[in-house]
Design a binder for this molecule. Sequence first.
Ligand code: SG5
Ligand code: ZN
Length: 264
Amino acid sequence: KGSHWTYEGAHGQERWQETYPDCGWQAQSPINIQTESVQYEPSLPPVEPEGYRSPGTEKLTLKNNGHTVQLSLPQTMRLHGLPRVYSAVQLHFHWGSQRHTGGSEHQVDGRAFPAEVHIVHFNSEKYANLSEAKNQADGLAVLGIFLEVGDSENPAYSHILDHLKDIRHAEQEISLSPFNIRDLLPAHLGHYFRYNGSLTTPPCYQSVLWTVFHLPAHISAAQLAKLQKSLHSTKEEETLQLSLVDNFRRPQDLNHRPVLSSFP
Ligand code: SG5
Ligand code: ZN
């Protein structure tokens, strides 16, 4: 198997840089966003998703890749309101376990959320596809959405979370009918943090323009439990009844990078 990294243990995140040198560079993600040090930038426009509400007619593939659950997205989903136009590739989740309260990758003032969704896009003005773009400084844009537990079930997230039971093992995948991806996002797309960083997994390329929404999206406690209990990373872990959990990287040094906010 090519991707031989894990979050903890002998191939854990402190050692990623031995195999993937970029993971030890100076503009890594995620970060702890310290709101006292964020610069308000009034000229930052709201993020404008195009085609998120009806993402085509092709089925979407939902896959357990052993590190996360990932949903493929069509290139007809585009992102405006950034310095370039970006096309969507996939979205995936990071989450914790029932032992911890955390699970998100980004933090705000030292506080982690129970989970975080990433919608990965590539700069389609300049590059033909993700492979071409992923190692370029202006190659990628990722939207980060914090998930918080609320009182009610979020039907948009059920489109994904209700199917995790069908992809319990690593490398299993299923097809989903397209659904409204906009509804996975928080209500207000005008309030976000913006900074330059990296992929949060190996190879940790420093190619990502990050947009982390200020407001979380809400899912129910039962929905969060599905994320925490349904998946396994390997057959061995399934036999041991170990679930795929705690797939988040710890916050990285900011090293004097500016973090902007679109709101005062
Ligand atoms: C996910 O996050 C995906 C990656 C994605 C990273 O974990 O899955 C894995 O890393 C496990 C194999 O997606 C892919 O590998 C499919 C292309 O990396 C990319 O999207 C590479 C361009 C990192 O993305 S993140 O920084 O948003 N967390
Ligand atoms: Zn991610």
